[in-house]
Design a protein. Structure first.
Lengths: 307, 259
């Protein structure tokens, strides 16, 4: 059962999967915070169209992926500032890109295996070279994310105040979207569009129901992402069903009970503040009690005196 | 040093603000001094929030001179604390109360920042000042409007500003919480000697505490004490149409102005 670990392609899958899981989870935290979930879904699909175009023209699919996702990210960032408006922009851009993708595929006479693998992934079929490239680019993305961590969090939560405090809010928003686009382009070739979206949203969505502190949230999201990926590859390598199915199912299986049960402990937090709010009245009550004690003491003394 | 402290916190001379061809405000003249509590009143769309954004350097006036602490307005001015118009924060938002407050300290700095005792202590002190220690660890989405407002004020205070700009902090609050926030802002204003400019739709909760009132309507504005500004004569002149100020049950009502 554990003999699978001696195969090079399984080791490669674990390495690359781990890198993608970490970056996707941390990025996913911001994607959810900024209300960009739909954009996170659309970018891999837009990238698919780019890859199809690149294959048709005889380029490496990654060039098409990068070109399409980065242009789309900038368009989404510029067109849609408010959430509603942004989702409409995302929808329009994605459907246009998918239309192009279908055209490119129909024009291409060969068997577009590399393009289909972008939709569904091929994590157990990647080379060591792919692994190294994924590791390096994931590391770079992570460094940039950590560098902009505080202002990005601030501007996600309260863009108006952040802007007044001198944070370049619009530029940061654009940089973040482009960063998502680049990550999509690299990760999608490894794990596929479906799996990337799972690793982007699943761990972060579960995490924000459990912890509130940003640092813990991104740590827990990364750990969940790694666990899902490892379990998924492990099951897939020992079985016959695809990796994406396992990882998506585990992600959903963890999210569902936590989503349903979380009102228990999230509400608990607020209730915890209720009794402690009453504590503020306690000193007052104590002083009343003290007064009463004093007065009984005083009357006691008085009675002593009278005695 | 002594003479420097006398310099006004805000100076506006003949300021006009335009969006395209539409003039929002014209010929605004005012001076706000250190530690003054100013209420900004007026109907919706009168340019109350816009004026705050001018002071923050987010909007440039088309005509006139603006000075904040003797200098032109600029973004990232840590002498100004700002809490924008309040919106109810999403219930799922994954941040604790103290994280929101902490943005005021170092949210604009690069990197992740490391947890340290001094930062924690600074935030604890400010949470105490706004009476928010009891819910400092709670997720912000779970807090009431009044509690969230305290956090936004705490956040705005963390840079030790000399000017506090509060946009509609009393919106969506019931009368008890309204009074609590007014008392809190007044205490902060007096204890820190920080100038406060508070945008409100109703003067009544502020009547006992404000020093002066800036009333904006119809692109025009007038500033002065409540007794001088909230009168039938002054407001009729401002609106350019008959307006009646009625006093009833110890409250002021402006009749005929706002629809």
């Amino acid at each position: 059962m554990f003999s699978i670990f001696q195969y090079q392609f399984i080791q490669n899958a674990f390495m690359a999967g781990t890198c993608v899981a970490i970056v996707a989870a941390i990025m996913g935290y911001f994607v959810i915070l900024r209300g960009l979930t739909f954009a996170g879904h659309a970018l891999p699909n837009i990238g698919f169209a780019g890859a199809a175009g690149a294959v048709l023209l005889g380029f490496d699919p990654v060039i098409g992926l990068l070109a399409f996702t980065i242009i789309a990210a900038i368009a989404i960032g510029v067109l849609g500032k408010a959430l509603r408006e942004r989702d409409i922009a995302v929808g329009i851009i994605m459907t246009f890109a998918l239309g192009l993708g279908i055209l490119f595929l129909s024009l291409y006479s060969g068997y577009a295996e590399r393009v289909y693998s972008i939709l569904f992934g091929q994590i157990v079929g990647i080379s060591l070279e792919n692994v190294l490239f994924t590791t390096l680019s994931s590391f770079l993305t992570l460094v940039i994310l950590l560098l902009v961590f505080r202002p990005l969090l601030f501007s996600s939560f309260d863009p108006e105040v952040a802007e007044a405090r001198g944070v370049p809010v619009n530029l940061l928003g654009l940089v973040f979207l482009v960063l998502v686009a680049i990550t999509v382009s690299i990760a999608v070739q490894i794990v596929g569009a479906l799996l990337f979206f799972t690793l982007l949203i699943g761990p972060a969505a579960t995490t924000i129901r459990i912890v509130q502190r940003p640092i813990w949230a991104i740590l827990l999201a990364s750990i969940l992402g790694i666990c899902y990926t490892w379990l998924g590859i492990f099951f897939a390598a020992n079985g016959t069903w695809p990796v994406s199915f396992y990882i998506a199912t585990i992600s959903f299986g963890v999210y569902l009970p936590i989503r349903l049960l979380s009102p228990l402990w999230i509400g608990q937090h607020a209730r915890k503040s209720m009794p402690s709010r009453q504590d503020t009245f306690l000193p007052h009550m104590q002083s009343l009690e003290q007064e009463q004690n004093n007065s009984t003491e005083a009357t006691g003394r008085k009675s002593e005196l009278t005695r | 040093m002594g003479s420097e402290r006398q310099e006004p916190v805000v100076e506006l001379e003949h300021v006009r603000i335009q969006f395209g061809k539409r003039t929002i405000l014209d010929n605004v003249n005012m001076t706000v001094n250190e530690g003054e509590f100013i209420a900004i009143l007026g109907p919706n769309g009168a340019g109350k929030s816009t004026l705050l954004k001018v002071l923050l350097g987010l909007i440039k006036p088309s005509v006139g001179k603006v000075r904040v602490l003797g200098r032109p307005p600029r973004r990232g001015n840590s002498d100004i604390g700002y809490a924008p118009q309040h919106r109810i924060l999403e219930a799922d938002l994954a941040l604790r109360a103290r994280d929101v407050v902490g943005f005021g300290l170092d949210g604009h700095r690069w990197g992740t920042g490391l947890p340290n005792q001094k930062r924690r202590a600074t935030i604890d002190t400010i949470l105490q000042e706004v009476d928010a220690t009891t819910f400092s660890e709670a997720p912000v989405g779970q807090l009431s409007g009044g509690e969230q407002q305290r956090l936004l004020i705490a956040q705005a205070l963390l840079s030790n500003p000399r000017l506090l700009l509060l946009d509609e902090p009393l919106a969506n609050l019931d009368i008890i919480h309204e009074q609590e926030i007014v008392a809190l802002v007044n205490n902060i204003c007096r204890a820190r000697n920080v100038a406060v400019m508070l945008v409100s739709h109703d003067i009544n909760p502020l009547l006992p505490v404000v020093d002066r009132v800036l009333y904006m309507a119809n692109g025009q504005s007038t500033i002065g004490t409540t007794d001088a500004v909230i009168t039938s004569a002054a407001l009729s002149k401002l609106y350019g149409s008959p307006v009646e100020v009625v006093q009833a049950l110890g409250r002021l009502f402006v009749v005929g102005a706002e629809t």
